[in-house]
Design a protein around this ligand. Structure first.
Ligand SMILES: [Cu+2]
Length: 144
């Protein structure tokens, strides 16, 4: 039996919380970029991130990085990215990411873009994604 308590447009209606969202700044000649965030599913049922909506790029896919024959390759996550119940899934460089293909504008660090995360339970979660420099090596920085 399907639940009927859906359809509330307010932010309170979803048990899905998105944190630490950002888009990687790519050079102007690169027409693709990637978005990252941590997605927490506070509900009692698994959900899947099945799509992301934005006018920022012509096409958006949910990708993963996988080692294939010793090479790091990325590919679309078939059927959507599962966020297990009461669990947080991290989208980050080298792992899952929102692939922005065919950017419609030049990225700049001053920008913030609105992306809507679409889940298979019908939830649509809008989130602001600021454009940032890749900070994945930040923790390894040191001074001599
Ligand atoms: Cu990708």
């Amino acid at each position: 039996m399907l639940g009927v308590l859906v359809g509330f447009a307010g932010a309170e209606s979803t048990a899905i919380k998105v944190h630490n969202s950002w888009i990687r700044l790519t050079p102007p000649v690169v027409k693709n970029s990637a978005g990252y965030a941590s997605i927490y599913n506070g509900s009692d049922a698994d959900v899947k991130l099945v799509a992301v909506k934005s006018g920022l790029s012509k096409k958006i896919e949910i990708h993963e990085h996988k080692m294939v024959d010793g090479l790091m390759k990325m590919r679309e996550v078939a059927g959507g990215l599962t966020i297990p119940a009461k669990t947080s899934v991290e989208l980050k460089p080298g792992g899952y990411h929102i692939m922005l293909m065919g950017l419609n504008l030049k990225l700049d660090v001053a920008q913030e873009h609105n992306l809507i995360l679409v889940f298979d339970n019908g939830d649509e979660v809008p989130m602001i994604f600021p454009v940032k420099h890749d900070v994945q090596t930040q923790g390894m920085a040191h001074t001599n």
